[in-house]
Design a protein around this ligand. Structure first.
Ligand SMILES: Cc1cc2nc3c(=O)[nH]c(=O)nc-3n(C[C@H](O)[C@H](O)[C@H](O)COP(=O)(O)OP(=O)(O)OC[C@H]3O[C@@H](n4cnc5c(N)ncnc54)[C@H](O)[C@@H]3O)c2cc1C
Length: 409
């Protein structure tokens, strides 16, 4: 007889939730136990800008993102879940010198079945009236891109996973992953409880390394500050306006209830040793010398002002920040331990975990079931960096650098 609850998922963020969901879809729900020490989706997930976008360079990442769209459709249409989806599409704009890059991306996306078309200036401005008309020459519109309410999407995965038999256990702080003779045996909680399991999935987000290093599996990632700002309300920000990407300055924006939510990639992102990261992120400051990101904003504001002149005069209503796990090579971390059977990892979101959630859930479920993987998993191998110290200063710096270099989208 199958042992009950022998699949333990550590972490009730969107990765843990999507994994539980994908296992439920494969009929394994009764075996799944999700452990969360705080609030489900209460860490990085609820802080996300939650753009869900498939227009990317890497075909594997396109496949993962497409899977999220499939999962969202099932959640909405089969389970009747409200995920707060806004189907506004995404506009990619560029100045004259960047037209070729926009065209190349559109061609590349078309070859992967991702629709886009060119808009003339009035059409583009109708979707983003806050753009300076003279700032861009070309505008490609990707009609199927969207943003969601990340807390709702994550809750939808979890709630429906529970409907399919999974169990969620709160106030469960995992202290260690246990193994014997090369196989996982379960987890121990900080209150001393031992929960036996034959499969353990480490989806503990920015804290995943604290558990993985304990079992000799350092993960090639570090928590890097992600951040965005929300302006005050203004009539130039229609609620149904498009998501906008400005790749040449690595900026993005989307409507937020009559205001504009925007991010601009910074040259020197703040990175933190995960051992210094508190369990509760409320009030956590990544960089004491730039607690509210103003230095980073000032760095980017000059280039952003050319496209978005009102940034110089508008007030900022909110500043949101949280950790995203960046890897030096920009790839996620999804896969099995080579040394301990039954141990899996799903993290390394590189700032796009909402977008990849459906794909991550499906891939982990396929690896656990031994089913053919829908996307080649090799690039995501947790062991791809071999033996190294994930807390070393130069390694942390390489993860921060990966964020500085990340292209928008
Ligand atoms: C400011 C910001 C903007 C972002 N914008 C976007 C965006 O536009 N689009 C996009 O796709 N992504 C975006 N992201 C990234 C996205 O939020 C993350 O990729 C995603 O939330 C990662 O999910 P996760 O489940 O790995 O981590 P988390 O949501 O952090 O979940 C991990 C969970 O594990 C729990 N946990 C940790 N250790 C333990 C333990 N020992 N025992 C029990 N539980 C434990 C934590 O409490 C937490 O709930 C953004 C992130 C930030 C911060």
């Amino acid at each position: 007889m199958t042992q009950q609850r022998d699949i333990v998922v550590i972490g009730g963020g969107i990765f843990g939730a999507a994994i539980a969901w994908a296992l439920g879809r494969r009929g394994l729900g009764q075996r799944v136990l999700v452990l969360e020490r705080g609030q489900p989706a209460g860490a990085a997930t609820s802080r996300a800008a939650a753009l869900v976008t498939v227009a990317r360079d890497d075909p594997s990442l396109i496949a993962l993102a497409k899977e999220t769209f499939s999962a969202m459709a099932v959640l909405e249409n089969e389970f009747g879940e409200d995920i707060g989806r806004h189907n506004v599409g995404a506009l990619h704009v560029g100045s004259a010198g960047h037209g070729d890059a926009l065209k190349a991306r559109a061609r590349h996306c078309a070859s992967h079945g991702i629709a886009s078309h060119w808009l003339d200036k009035p059409q583009a401005l109708a979707r983003a009236p806050w753009l300076a008309p003279e700032s861009f020459e070309l505008a490609a519109f990707y009609p199927d891109e969207c943003f969601v309410e990340p807390y709702l999407l994550s809750s939808a995965y979890l709630r429906t996973a529970v409907q399919m038999g999974a169990k969620m256990r709160l106030t469960s702080d995992v202290q260690a992953i246990r193994h014997e003779d090369g196989a996982v045996t379960g987890v121990t909680l900080t209150d001393g409880t031992h929960l036996p399991a034959s499969i353990v999935i480490n989806a503990a987000g920015a804290w995943a390394n604290l558990l993985s290093t304990g079992v000799g599996l350092p993960l090639p990632m570090a928590p890097v500050r992600s951040q965005y700002w929300i302006t005050e309300l203004a009539t130039q920000f229609p609620r149904d306006g498009a998501i906008v990407f400005i790749p040449e300055i690595r900026a993005y924006a989307r409507p937020e209830l009559g205001a504009l939510l925007f991010g601009v990639r910074e040259q020197h992102p703040a990175v933190v040793d995960p051992r210094q990261l508190p369990q509760d992120l409320t009030g956590f400051v990544f960089d004491l010398e730039d607690a509210d990101g103003w230095k980073n904003l000032a760095e980017g504001a000059q280039s952003l002002a050319a496209f978005f002149p009102a940034i110089n005069t508008l007030g900022m209503a909110q500043y949101i920040t949280g950790p995203s796990n960046y890897t030096p090579d920009g790839q996620l971390i999804i896969g099995a331990s080579h040394a301990i059977s039954g141990l899996f990892v799903a993290t390394g979101c590189n700032g796009s975990g909402i977008t990849f959630s459906g794909g991550v859930g499906r891939l982990v479920a396929e690896l656990i079931c031994g089913a053919p993987a829908f996307v080649a998993p090799d690039a995501f191998d947790p062991q791809r960096y071999g033996a190294f110290n994930p807390y070393a200063a130069d390694f942390l710096a390489s993860c921060a650098h990966a964020r500085a270099m990340k292209s928008s989208g």
